[in-house]
Ligand binder design. Structure first.
Ligand SMILES: Nc1ncnc2c1ncn2[C@@H]1O[C@H](COP(=O)(O)OP(=O)(O)OP(=O)(O)O)[C@@H](O)[C@H]1O
Ligand SMILES: [Mg+2]
Length: 495
C-alpha cells in the first residue's frame, strides 16, 4: 500500500524532529524543509499528500508560502495545515481566506494531531476521487462529436463538453453566466426547446439552424432528463447533432435527380416532335397502321413528359425549396389563357368549360408561371374527374389578393378522402377503379406552389355531385423570392 507523504516545514529543529518522529511512528513518510521557499520547491518536486507548515518563519513565512502554493494549479489541491504557537483569530481568518485547510496549535495532543492529519487525508482522497470521476465523465463527453450541454430547468448551463465549447464559443470561466437561450436563435423551435427544459420534458430530434462563431450549421436537438444531484434539481442534457453535411448531401442528391430529369426532357421533346412531324405527313404519306403506331409513340411520349415534369416538381417539393420569380401580372388574363389551353380537353369529353371573372383585370404580384402550372393541374383534374356537366372557374379580388374557385360536376369525394388528396402519390380508389390515369402528384405540387405564395387551398365536395377547389392568394411584395417550407395550410370541409 502507498504510504502518505507529508511535507513538514518548520524553522525550529526540535519541532521538526518531534513531528517527524510522531508521523513516522504512525506510518507516514515525511520530507522536511526549514523555510517557506524550500517548502514551495519541495511541493512542486514531490507533490506531497499534505503539508504541515509553521506559520511564523524567517524569510517567506507559512502564510506567504501557502498563498503561493494555493495559486499554482499544480499544488492547489494539496491540503495545508498551518502550525502555530498562538490562536490568533486574525491569522486564522487570513489562512482560511487563502484556502488553507486547517489551522493547528503546536501544543496539540499527539493523538489529536494524527487524527486531524488522517481526517484531512481522507477528505483529500474523497475529493480526488470525485475529480477523477468528473474528469472521466468530461473526457468521455469530450470525445463525443455531438455538442452536449447540461442545463438546469431554467436553462442555465452547468456543464458542457469540448464540442459545445468549440461550436458555441463557450468559455469555462464564464460558463455560469451562460444560458441555453443565448445559444438558440429566436424562433418557434427554440421556444419549444426552452419550454421542454422548463417543464422537465424530454424531446426528440428537433431541427434547427444555428449561427455561432461565424458558422451556420443545421442541428437536430434532443433533450434527455438528467438528475443534478448536487441541487436535487431535474436538469436536462441538451444534445446538438450536426446534420449540416447530411442536409448538403440530400440537397446534392435532389439536385442530381432534378438534373437527370431535366436532361431527359430534351430527348423526349425531340422524339415527340419527330413523331408529330411524321404524323402530319411531313415525311411522306402515312398509312393507317403507321399512324396508329405513331400515335402510340406520341401518346406515351406525352405521358413520359408529364411524369418527368412532375418528378422535377416533386424533387423540389421534397426538399422544401420553391424559388419564386415574383412579378406583377393580371390574374384574369392568366386564368383566361389557362382555360383556353384546356378547352379542347373539355370538348373531347363533351364538357362545358366556363370562366366567369368578377372584373376585367385583377393585378397582383406572384410567380405567374408557377401559378399557371397550379391552375392547369386543378382544372385538368376537374375535367378528368367529371363525366358529365362541366367545369366553372371563377375569380374575384379580395382586397389583399385574389380568390380562385374551380367547380366541377364530377365524381366528388368523401370527407375522409378530402384529407388525403394533397399528399404525394395519393390517388382515390374510385379514380383508379374508373381507370382514370394519373400519378397522384398534381395536387401535392399545387399545394406547394400555393404555400410558397403564402396562400391557402381547400376543397369542398360531395360524392357523385362534384367538387370545388378554392385558392386564396395574397399579392406578394415585388421581388419577394422566398423558399417557403411546406406548411399544413390545407383545410377540407364538406358542403
Ligand atoms: N376534381 C376532382 N374530383 C374528384 N376527385 C379528384 C379531383 N381532383 C383530384 N381528385 C382526386 O385526388 C387525387 C389526387 O389528385 P392529383 O391531381 O394529385 O393526382 P392525379 O390526378 O391522380 O395524378 P396527376 O399527378 O397526373 O395529377 C386524384 O387521384 C383523384 O382521386
Ligand atoms: Mg391530377
Amino acid at each position: 500500500m502507498n504510504r502518505n507523504l507529508i511535507l513538514i516545514v518548520d524553522d525550529s529543529k526540535s519541532i521538526r524532529e518531534k513531528l517527524r518522529s510522531i508521523l513516522v511512528d504512525n506510518g507516514f513518510e515525511v520530507i522536511i524543509r526549514e523555510e517557506g521557499e524550500g517548502a514551495v520547491q519541495a511541493a512542486l518536486e514531490y507533490f506531497p499528500d499534505l503539508i504541515l507548515m509553521d506559520y511564523n518563519m524567517p524569510g517567506m513565512d507559512g502564510l506567504a508560502a501557502s498563498r503561493m502554493l494555493k495559486k499554482y494549479s499544480q499544488t492547489r489541491a494539496i491540503p495545508i495545515a498551518l502550525f502555530t504557537d498562538t490562536e490568533d483569530i486574525k491569522n486564522k481568518v487570513k489562512s482560511f481566506q487563502i484556502g488553507v485547510e486547517d489551522y493547528i496549535l503546536k501544543g496539540i495532543d499527539h493523538k489529536e494531531l494524527v487524527a486531524r492529519i488522517s481526517g484531512l487525508l481522507n477528505w483529500k482522497t474523497d475529493r480526488d476521487k470525485i475529480i477523477r470521476e468528473k474528469d472521466k465523465l468530461s473526457g468521455l463527453l469530450d470525445n463525443f462529436r455531438d455538442a452536449v450541454a447540461i442545463v438546469n430547468h431554467e436553462g442555465q448551463i452547468m456543464f458542457f463538453n469540448r464540442s459545445a465549447a468549440d461550436r458555441f464559443g463557450f468559455v469555462p470561466e464564464v460558463i455560469k453566466a451562460g444560458n441555453l437561450k443565448d445559444v438558440l436563435p429566436e424562433c418557434e423551435e427554440s421556444r419549444e426547446i426552452l419550454l421542454a427544459v422548463e417543464e422537465r420534458r424530454e424531446l426528440e430530434e428537433l431541427e434547427l439552424e444555428i449561427s455561432r462563431c461565424d458558422r451556420q450549421r443545421i442541428y437536430t436537438i434532443s433533450i434527455r432528463r438528467v438528475e443534478l444531484d448536487y441541487t436535487e434539481d431535474i436538469g436536462a442534457a441538451v444534445i446538438f447533432t450536426d446534420i449540416t453535411g447530411e442536409k448538403e448531401a440530400e440537397k446534392l442528391k435532389a439536385e442530381f435527380h432534378s438534373m437527370i430529369a431535366h436532361e431527359m426532357r430534351t430527348p423526349i421533346s425531340v422524339i415527340l416532335g419527330y413523331a408529330n412531324l411524321i404524323l402530319e405527313g411531313n415525311a411522306g404519306d402515312v398509312s393507317d397502321m403507321q399512324q396508329e403506331f405513331l400515335q402510340g409513340i406520341s401518346g406515351n411520349g406525352e405521358v413520359l413528359r408529364k411524369l418527368v415534369d412532375d418528378f422535377l416538381e416533386v424533387s423540389r417539393l421534397e426538399n422544401k425549396f420553391v424559388n419564386l420569380d415574383v412579378a406583377s401580372f393580371d390574374m384574369v388574363e392568366l386564368i383566361a389563357k389557362t382555360v383556353k389551353g384546356l378547352r379542347l380537353l373539355a370538348e373531347n369529353k363533351d364538357l362545358k368549360l366556363e370562366f366567369n371573372p368578377a372584373g376585367e383585370s385583377i393585378m397582383m404580384n406572384g410567380d405567374s408561371d408557377k401559378l399557371e402550372h397550379a391552375l392547369i393541374n386543378i382544372i385538368e383534374n376537374a375535367i378528368k374527374y367529371t363525366e358529365e356537366g362541366g367545369v366553372t372557374v371563377e375569380c374575384f379580388g379580395t382586397g389583399e389578393g385574389v380568390e380562385v374557385r374551380v367547380s366541377d360536376t364530377g365524381i366528388g369525394m368523401s370527407e375522409e378522402e378530402m384529407e388525403t388528396i394533397f399528399r404525394s402519390f395519393e390517388r382515390l380508389e374510385k379514380a383508379q377503379k374508373k381507370k382514370i390515369k394519373g400519378t397522384g402528384l398534381g395536387l401535392a405540387i399545387v399545394k406547394e406552389i400555393i404555400n410558397a405564395h403564402q396562400g391557402q387551398i381547400r376543397v369542398e365536395s360531395r360524392e357523385s355531385k362534384g367538387s370545388t377547389f378554392i385558392i386564396d392568394l395574397p399579392s406578394l411584395d415585388e421581388g419577394e423570392n422566398s423558399p417557403v417550407e411546406a406548411a399544413e395550410t390545407c383545410q377540407a370541409s364538406s358542403e
